[in-house]
Ligand binder design. Structure first.
Ligand SMILES: Nc1ncnc2c1ncn2[C@@H]1O[C@H](COP(=O)(O)OP(=O)(O)O)[C@@H](O)[C@H]1O
Ligand SMILES: N[C@@H](CC(=O)OP(=O)(O)O)C(=O)O
Length: 565
């Protein structure tokens, strides 16, 4: 057997050995200059793995690998633009890894291996904060409001975050100085919150930004340590311009050209894998750090995909793709192999935590496929989301649950034939800046649900008074009934088959003794929404899943014809 070294199109054959350390002889000493900057990927019978160590002298490249017997060593040159071939000037894809994928040093190493297992790609990496760091930061902030300045350093969540990040520094073998100033500043910030006794939305965003700022620094340092040239970027420094809606900001158009120019420009001048903070932006008026809403790193990834016109956007999660329902509600949920952007957007908007609600927009506008993959199980095919798919056999794709929704029944006090009623109702919501989710109307009455994510971004006390205010305003023209603790069950699928879907759904709900309080079929034609009581919702989802995905969906069609459903 022979071992091959590929470099600048030149191949040098060296004798193989069974050892896990391999020395390769160069023909030309000149190569070693370039190899200093090289990425080294070794392969063991076709399974690519990160080389544990590599070093080179003028004529010898020495590679050692965990796991023994190296049969092949590939060198990807990453030097300067003089060495970039024409097609190497383009970054190819974006890979986003969520908190669960980078929760520990071990997971970060696995993610590095995963990235290097695609040597043909020139990826941009987007990372979320490690594990549950964002939640812990928010909790620490809330505790700081009332704990007093002197007690800040004893906040459990602060200790947890410090310990997690310092342990990761240690285990990855990188220099602690890359995050020490962030950890110090974080404590100072919490002391500031304790002093002010308030945590504004703007401060909340600044507070949570420490999570992504630290995870990306750790990961970039680790890649550099193992010889893979990487460069860290804070999204708010490279052109992610947003509205000033702290905790729920929207990306502005100016972002696309700015981000493309910065990332592509740097790559061409001095190639290094970009490691970008997910979730963060910069408010265009305030110039302060903003966040894109919980789970917003998906949106960072799709924004980069569109900005650079990349071939593919990959979002790596801890599940085998988008599933037929939330696995926390029903563990027998199955991966959905294909989705359209429209289906994925509805699914995300109506509560499937797996994707950020706004994240499909840039991908759809740029017509860039999104692949949802499992970083714990990279061989699983995942879900591919594209513009169109074969719908001929599709009935139901996924069942989504949105809990804790507020519903309003509004009945006009005027008689039939009264014009302007709907306009007045919706202008009330517009004036109050409250967005509406699901709507069902007749000429004199309207039932609707309020988007909880918009309400949740406000303080609880503010929410209650806003709801009172909505009711007060609407009562000028209607009788209003405010119904809380409702859930929306969204049936995402082929609404061309809506009769079949509804027939089966209502049969299941009737069998389970559940009364549907509102029903709406979206204009998008991929979603039917049913409103039920919160306390019945999970049971409904499980029963619906069993009926639609664990039995033949065409059964009902035949059954109903014989009247035997
Ligand atoms: N329909 C669904 N398909 C897949 N996952 C879902 C679905 N609904 C809810 N989830 C939950 O979403 C989680 C993945 O999303 P998220 O927590 O944002 O991942 P990450 O932090 O890795 O980006 C899964 O672990 C799963 O519990
Ligand atoms: N860290 C942020 C952003 C994010 O996208 O996280 P994840 O990819 O882990 O859902 C959050 O927890 O909301």
């Amino acid at each position: 057997m022979a071992t091959a070294l590929h470099f600048s199109g030149v191949k040098t054959l060296c004798p193989a050995s069974a050892s896990s350390e391999r020395s390769l002889q160069y023909k030309q000493p000149l190569w070693s200059q370039r190899l200093r900057f090289a990425t080294c990927v070794a392969s063991n019978n076709g399974f690519y793995t990160r080389a544990k160590n590599f070093s080179c002298t003028s004529r010898v490249l020495r590679v050692s690998c965990e796991g023994g017997g190296i049969t092949d060593v590939l060198e990807k040159k990453q030097t300067d633009n003089q060495c970039l071939g024409e097609n190497e000037k383009q970054l190819t894809c974006v890979m986003k890894f969520g908190g669960s994928s980078v929760a520990s040093a071990e997971r970060m190493r696995e993610v590095a291996d995963l990235i290097l297992s695609f040597p043909q790609e020139r990826p941009i990496i987007v990372l979320s904060a490690m594990g549950k760091t964002t939640n812990k930061l928010l909790l620490a902030g809330e505790k700081a409001v009332s704990c007093g300045v002197t007690n800040v350093s004893t906040i459990d969540e602060l200790s947890f975050i410090k310990e997690l990040h310092l342990r990761t520094v240690d285990e990855l073998g990188v220099d602690s100085s890359i995050i020490s100033s962030h950890l110090e500043e974080l404590e100072q910030l919490l002391k500031g919150i304790a002093m002010m006794k308030e945590l504004t939305l703007r401060t909340k965003d600044y507070l949570v930004s420490f999570g992504e700022c630290m995870s990306t620094r750790l990961f970039a340092a680790y890649l550099n340590k193992i010889g893979v040239k990487a460069r860290q970027y804070d999204a708010f420094e490279i052109g992610f311009i947003t509205t000033d809606d702290f905790t729920n900001a929207d990306i502005l158009e100016a972002t696309y050209p700015a981000v493309a120019k910065r990332l592509q420009g740097d790559w061409i001048c001095n190639p290094a894998i970009p490691i970008v903070t997910g979730f963060l932006g910069k408010g265009w008026r305030s110039c302060a750090v903003t966040t894109l809403g919980r789970g917003g790193s998906d949106l960072t990834a799709t924004t980069i995909g569109k900005a650079l016109g990349l071939r593919e956007i990959q979002v790596w999660k801890d599940v085998d793709g988008v599933l037929t329902c939330d696995p926390n509600i029903y563990p027998r949920a199955e991966p959905v192999p294909y989705l359209t952007f429209e289906e994925a957007a509805e699914l995300a908007y109506f509560g499937a935590q797996v994707l950020h609600p706004q994240s499909m927009r840039p991908a759809r506008e740029g017509d860039i496929p999104v692949r949802v993959k499992n970083s714990y199980n990279p061989n699983a095919p995942g879900t591919v989301i594209t513009h169109a798919r074969d719908m001929s056999k599709a009935v139901l794709t996924s069942i989504v649950l949105k809990r804790n929704v507020t519903m309003l029944d509004i009945v006009s006090t005027r008689m039939l034939g009264q014009y302007g009623f709907l306009a007045k109702v919706f202008s009330t919501f517009e004036d109050l800046g409250i967005s509406v989710d699901v709507v069902a109307t007749s000429e004199v009455s309207i039932s609707l649900t309020l988007d909880p994510s918009k309400l949740w971004s406000r303080e609880l006390i503010q929410q209650a008074s806003e709801l009172d205010h909505v009711v007060e305003e609407l009562e000028k023209i209607a009788v209003v009934n405010l119904l809380q603790h409702r859930s929306i069950i969204s049936l995402i699928g082929n609404v061309q088959r809506s009769s079949l879907i509804l027939e089966k759904a209502f049969q299941v709900l009737r069998t389970n003794g559940v009364n549907v309080q509102m029903i709406s079929q979206g204009a998008s034609k991929v979603n039917i929404s049913l409103v039920v009581n919160d306390n019945e919702a999970e049971r409904c989802v499980r029963a619906l899943h069993q009926a639609f995905f664990e039995n033949d969906p065409f059964e009902v069609e035949c059954g109903s014809e014989n009247g035997s459903v």
